[in-house]
Design a protein around this ligand. Sequence first.
Ligand code: FAD
Length: 333
Amino acid sequence: SLTTLRPGFFVRGYASAQDISTLLLVERNGNSIAPSTLNSLTAATKLGGEVTALVAGEEPDNVASEISKVTGISKVLVAKHKLYEHGLAEVYAPLLVTSQKKFNFTHLVAPHSAFGKNIMPRVAALLDVAQISDIIDIESPDVFIRPIYAGNAISKVKSKDPTKVITVRGTAFPPSNVAGNNAAIEVAPDADKPSMTEWISEDLQKGDRPELGSATRVVSGGRALKNRENFDKLIYGLADVLGAAVGGSRAAVDSGYCDNALQVGQTGKIVAPELYLAVGISGAIQHIAGMKDSKMIVAINTDAEAPIFQIADYGLVTDLFQAVPELTEKLKK
Ligand code: FAD
């Protein structure tokens, strides 16, 4: 047991694993579970104690039934209302707080995605506790590991708050298994639904391309692409033959070569695919912060001194306008 592994492990505020109970906020992709939820669940189970999933939406039954089958879930709470459909923090926060008050959860956990990052600080404020963001490991139920300074330092955070409100970096925890479980599903407690914020519309890009945050392969382009036409042709062309998601540096985003949602780095997405191909990207620390945990890093850059080569497993010191079409053609064969 954990107690034998670490003497005194539970002494700091928790008498035993039974004292720990965690609420996992489920992120949906429409009618299915967002992959980040399964990574967060692995973190939640590492806390010890039971994990209750909270699913909310206009028609959340399908997702509730899906999450009830995932290993590690003890119970599913379902909040059905059209106001929950679009992840508005203002309506989700009271739902989490009401659920916490009713069931005395010691830990509230969500993915460190736009969804989780929007909701959890508000929940922490309502509970008057400190928010613990973007954890990459759990040392004990009140000690968490998280990167700071764009991943250049790792800090250990000890929380003395009675309730821990946590967001989880998905790439740091493997996904839980979707199999074999059959957790009980029940209605979530009724909570206030503040009306000061209204969902009006959203503009979502749809496509068959894998999602950047969870893709196994990512091809990213930088400033060297020069314009959007080149970016579309070369980066998307290469990504297509690799079945990869597309990313970009901030310079590429700021110059309008690709969309904001594709930015990889400190102020963009954090990715850790099997293969990360950096094309015409220098490797500034703010970019590296978002992709350094990739299993294999390949860089194409004309400058042999570019910092990206310090972390690349394979490097091609060459002109991308020559190398990328050549590589794409060879991969097609
Ligand atoms: P550059 O640094 O200009 O690099 C272009 C590279 O292309 C060069 O290395 C060059 O040698 C190479 N090149 C040129 N021509 C060719 C060719 N024909 N073939 C091959 N290679 C060629 N950046 C991010 O990416 N993500 C972030 O989240 C992020 N957050 C930031 C947050 C803050 C607070 C700050 C201050 C900065 C942030 N940045 C971020 C910006 C970051 O510092 C860099 O400016 C940015 O990453 C540079 O993008 P780049 O590598 O595409 O461009």
